[in-house]
Write a protein that binds this ligand. Structure first.
Ligand code: G1P
Length: 302
């Protein structure tokens, strides 16, 4: 039976961005530069995620960084030299863009000294987050959506007062690259029949043929604070890492977890082909670049 837990959910203000990974899928570009700073058209990947969080009402950004990630901190900091240069050259529009991002948010940084897994990264923010629900955003999953994906998850979270993960159907052998859920669809006002799921089990990166379904977890989560105890309780899993998926499985013993097949298009920008697709489609949508870029693409004899 589904029921609404009144008063269980407080506002989600904090968005956590794990960004301490080594970016091996994008070498050599990521040898001396964090993958989160790779530009999609003209904005670094992580900024798309941060803007999604802001548009979903979360201004408190917590970035979990590792070694060699200082470019991320500089990006969200005020750059007096750059602002001064833009001001003296009269570049008002660019100045406004550069300022808007550092003005809108309150960013904190936590260090993850070793890349021991996504669960391990999330556990690093336990003190900063405290006893309130929070979101986790994996910035190499870029989602283009009319209603930001995080906001779609928030609506479910505030209805049920429970943790919610983003889901997408993935067919074929690629399913083994994801956390995969075993879940039953449930009815929810305003959503289609197979949009919202009650999760019964989760498996991180199942072997081919062992996936419990074709429903993959995509990098957007709203988590209740009990997740921290679950992360502390689990042993290393897939790849010898502390997996967030395994901690969600542990959390299921005491709390319900929901999965939402969100509306929108997701790009795997941590993968070279996915990154190229995102670049082309985002450029085509830009009012300043779309028309000449379309013309250029048409001129290629493909
Ligand atoms: C992580 C999660 C996985 C999830 C995926 C989504 O894996 O561990 O459960 O499905 O993100 O992008 P990663 O891509 O970091 O290996």
């Amino acid at each position: 039976m589904e029921f609404r837990i009144e008063g269980m959910s407080s506002k989600v203000r904090k968005a956590v961005f794990p960004a301490a990974g080594l970016g091996t899928r994008f070498l050599p570009a990521t040898k001396a530069q964090p993958k989160e700073m790779l530009p999609l058209v003209d904005k670094p990947l992580i900024q798309y995620g941060v803007e999604e969080a802001i548009h979903s009402g979360m201004n408190n950004i917590i970035i979990v960084t590792g070694r060699g990630k200082s470019a991320i901190e500089d990006h969200f900091d005020v750059s007096f030299e750059l602002e001064h240069m833009l001001e003296t050259r009269g570049k008002r529009d660019t100045l406004a863009q550069v300022r808007s991002i550092s003005d809108m948010i309150d960013v904190s940084y936590v260090r993850q000294k070793e890349a021991l897994g996504l669960g391990h990264a999330v556990l690093r923010v336990k003190e900063l987050v405290g006893p309130e629900p929070f979101s986790v955003v994996l910035s190499d999953d870029v989602i283009d959506a009319e209603i930001p994906c995080l906001q779609q998850l928030l609506e479910i979270h505030s209805f049920y007062g429970a943790s919610v993960v983003a889901l997408m159907e993935v067919d074929g052998p690629e399913i083994s690259s994801y956390g995969v859920v075993n879940a039953d669809p449930i009815a929810h006002p305003g959503l289609g029949d197979h949009s919202l799921y009650r999760i019964h089990n989760l498996v991180e990166k199942p072997k081919q043929g062992e996936a419990p379904s074709n429903l993959a977890i995509i990098g957007r989560y709203i988590l209740t604070p009990e997740i921290f105890e679950s992360i502390e309780a689990i042993a290393p899993g897939s790849g010898g890492e502390i997996q967030l998926t395994d901690s969600l499985k542990h959390l299921l013993r005491s709390r319900p977890i929901y999965g939402l097949k969100f509306e929108g298009k997701r790009y795997d920008a941590g993968d070279k082909l996915g990154f190229l697709k995102a670049t082309v489609e985002f450029a085509l949508k830009r009012h300043d670049l779309g028309a000449p870029f379309r013309q250029y693409l048409k001129s290629l004899s493909l």
